[in-house]
Ligand binder design. Structure first.
Ligand SMILES: Nc1nc2c(c(=O)[nH]1)N[C@H]1C(S)=C(S)[C@@H](COP(=O)(O)OP(=O)(O)OC[C@H]3O[C@@H](n4cnc5c(N)ncnc54)[C@H](O)[C@@H]3O)O[C@H]1N2
Ligand code: MOO
Length: 406
């Protein structure tokens, strides 16, 4: 039997980061930068006003106050977006708006609230320092400087600075595209009339949602019956031409476990037992002549869900250009004690409350109630047989939860 770490290493060895590609800055949210990027312009690009008010020469307003205003003629208006090169004549003020370029000769701005608001001449009540309410060219960023580093997962703030630095496209690792395949003759779509022995294909919905919650894209989603020809067609040409195929079901010891039968014969996929609960039967490899990476997950819904978090998520992170190990794991205190299986890593579905974790309900690999209630998986090492209340356990946050992750 493999350890969880050994199988994780085996699946990670199947992939490398997807090659960098330029993507429009508006479409880059959540993607990972493949190279450092540098500003194309200074930010601000020109000296400009931080206030709606009057452009002045500070030295001409010495001693100005509400009681002793300095009155100057107003020689014009400058709006944001005005591309004319204005010059502030000595002994004059110009009306200026927030973001408008300063006229030559101006070294301070008096906010309109500290004036009488005049349009032909203005009484100014402020004796400003040089540079007051002025945003200097390049004070935020200078052209040619690195604004974002390779490896950054792009947030709205990152996109704002990239756009302001006048970058139309960013070199990123594209979003990994995943084909989700559920297998089994017993499966029908949600909302169907269920004949005896049939169940709803909930793994299909769950795995697609996990793919999206992990920041990847569903290339195609299919349900296959336990038929050799159907699985062989998947080997020959996975729908959606994905970067990764994930399957659920058909990997254990049953006589209708067609995924295992066909994919082992295909030669590219190894089926192994991993010392973990749930999720013992696993498979991975490179599918067919096109060598698309594939991870075969067990059919039991909780097993599929837990296996996704420990095997598929790191692979998606690596494809996306992220560190697979930087998965947001955290330590928490066990709020209660609970028994675990000896000799296998146990992935207990837990809920977190006030910094403590407790099992979220029944732990059978078919029990969806506890899965839906959980916020994390407690990763209990193989040599632990009983988690004692108050001990520290390592936890992996569940995808789609509102915990901070990059
Ligand atoms: N003799 C043995 N039997 C089993 C073993 C074993 O070692 N020896 N391992 C058990 C373990 S552990 C697991 S996990 C399962 C894995 O089985 P498969 O991956 O082959 O999955 P199936 O047999 O197809 O289904 C198992 C279970 O899950 C339900 N299922 C399957 N697909 C879906 C789906 N898309 N949506 C919802 N539910 C699904 C299915 O109806 C079964 O109840 O094998 C054990 N058996
Ligand atoms: O390994 Mo299975 O996933 O325990 O039910």
């Amino acid at each position: 039997m493999r350890t969880l770490q050994e199988h994780r290493a085996a699946v990670l060895a199947l992939v490398s980061p997807l090659p960098a590609t330029p993507v429009p800055v508006v479409a880059a949210l959540g993607l990972v930068l493949a190279q450092d990027v540098t500003a194309r312009v200074d930010l601000p690009g020109f000296d400009n006003s931080a206030m709606d008010g009057y452009a002045v020469r500070a030295g001409e307003l010495a001693g100005a106050s509400r009681e002793n205003p300095v009155v100057l003629p107003v020689s014009g208006d400058i709006a944001a977006g005005d591309t004319t090169h204005h010059v502030l004549a000595a002994g004059h003020a110009m009306r200026i708006m927030t973001g408008a370029p300063l006229p030559e000769g101006c070294d301070a701005v008096v906010p309109v609230e500290l004036t009488d608001g005049g349009s032909r001449e203005v009484a100014l009540f402020l004796d400003p320092d040089v540079g007051r309410h002025v945003r200097r060219r390049g004070e935020d960023i200078t052209a040619g400087s690195v604004v974002l580093r390779a490896g950054t997962r792009l947030t709205p703030g990152h996109l704002a600075i990239a756009a302001a630095a006048n970058l139309a496209e960013l070199p990123v690792h594209p979003r990994p595209r995943v084909t989700v395949v559920s297998t089994g003759d017993e499966l029908v779509a949600p909302g169907s009339a269920l004949a005896h022995g049939q169940i709803v294909d909930s793994n299909h919905v769950m795995l697609r949602a996990l793919v999206e919650a992990a920041g990847a894209e569903v290339a195609a989603g299919v349900h296959l019956r336990d038929e050799v020809d159907a699985v062989r067609a998947l080997v020959d040409a996975p729908p959606g031409s994905p970067d990764l195929v994930i399957t659920s079901g058909g990997v254990s010891m049953g006589v209708y476990d067609t995924v295992k039968e066909v994919l082992s014969a295909d030669g590219g996929v190894d089926f192994v037992k991993v010392a973990m609960r749930p999720g013992m039967p696993q498979g991975s490899g490179l599918l067919g002549a096109h060598r698309t990476p594939v991870i075969t997950l067990p059919g039991n819904p909780v097993s599929s869900f837990a296996s996704f978090h420990v095997f598929v998520l790191p692979v998606l992170r690596r494809l996306a250009g992220l560190d697979p190990d930087d998965d947001g794991s955290f330590e928490a205190q066990a709020g209660v004690g609970w028994p675990t299986v000896a000799g296998k890593v146990e992935l207990t579905r837990v809920t977190e409350r006030s910094g403590q974790v407790s099992p979220s309900g029944g732990q059978g690999s078919h029990v969806l109630g506890a899965l839906a209630a959980a916020t994390a998986l407690a990763v209990v090492p193989a040599d632990v047989e009983h988690v004692t209340a108050g001990s520290l356990v390592r936890c992996l946050p569940l995808l789609g939860q509102n915990r901070p992750r990059d």
